[in-house]
Design a protein around this ligand. Structure first.
Ligand code: PXL
Length: 276
């Protein structure tokens, strides 16, 4: 495997295991040189704590971009997650152009909603601004909630395959290329991932662990990007990411003190094994 340099743009939540504190170790474990661009710095993530501090780094981005251009620093892939502001989305799009080698992979996790609701700092203006980023990417990894916000489809907790087909079609009609739709379950006790590529869909089903854990979306996206850039195809990477995410939840579910994230570090060795 060749040594690749990737850039990931998402927040630093100092405590709470999500975004960059997961992406950096996971991508590094997958053998990738990982540059980071923090979108914001938070004391902790926004789910379940009593509050959070938020330092928006939007205004630093144009200077960072200029400096990288001066140094001729280029990346072979850019992977974006939770961003810090609506204004920032335009800067991210510009960096995706100016700081990449020809043919670089653009992977966008919309990271803005779950369970039918937007995360606290986001609104419909943000959703609308995200559309060109998501639909212009080579690969996007929405959950069902995010795909609904992006397409205007009604969010449903219970659905059939026709609903998922319509959601994928609406994403594709809006310009999405490869879609990795996460959290798709048709049977009790099961969940999975639907990968839509070149008009075809493939589904990987696995056990749904009763305890939903925070930070698993970022574990999933990071492991997916790591496996993909390691040389796996999109469906293979989607399966590896799913198996790794399940391991992370299994490794955490019996610890009531660890409510804010998943203990992904002790099972990084398993992820490395899966890549072999
Ligand atoms: O991708 C999830 C996430 C990332 N970053 C922050 C969050 C969340 C989800 O709540 O609050 C700061």
């Amino acid at each position: 495997m060749s040594y690749k340099r990737i850039l990931t743009i998402q927040d630093i939540s100092c405590v709470g295991q999500c975004s960059l504190t997961e992406a950096l170790p996971i991508l590094s474990a997958c053998g990738l040189e990982t540059a980071i661009l923090p979108s914001a710095v938070l004391s902790n993530h926004t789910a379940g704590f009593t509050g959070f501090t938020f330092r928006d780094l939007t205004d630093d981005m144009p200077d960072i971009e200029k400096q990288w251009e001066k140094e001729n620093l280029k990346f072979e892939a850019v992977y974006t997650g939770y961003l810090g502001s609506t204004k920032q989305i335009g800067f991210v799009q510009s960096i995706m152009e100016s700081s990449t080698v020809p043919g670089a992979m653009r992977i966008v996790d919309p990271a803005m909603a779950d369970g039918g609701k937007l995360y606290p700092i986001f609104d419909m203006e943000y959703v609308n601004a995200m559309k060109p980023l998501v639909f212009g990417a080579d690969i996007t990894l929405p959950n069902i909630t995010e795909a609904c916000f992006l397409t205007g489809m009604e969010y449903k907790e219970e659905y059939d395959e026709a609903y998922i087909d319509e959601l994928l079609q609406k994403m594709a009609d809006a310009g999405a290329k490869t879609i990795v739709l996460t959290g798709v379950g048709f049977k009790p006790g099961k969940t999975g991932v639907m990968v839509y590529e070149n008009g075809e869909k493939k589904y990987y089903e696995h056990d749904k662990i009763a305890k939903g854990c925070h930070g698993t979306g970022d574990v999933y996206a990071s492991a997916f990007v790591g496996a993909l850039m390691h040389g796996k195809d999109a469906f293979e990477a989607a399966k590896i990411a799913a198996d790794y995410t399940v391991l992370c939840i299994e490794n955490t579910q019996d610890d009531p003190d660890h409510w804010y994230g998943v203990k992904f570090e002790p099972v990084l060795g398993d992820l490395i094994e899966m890549l072999k």
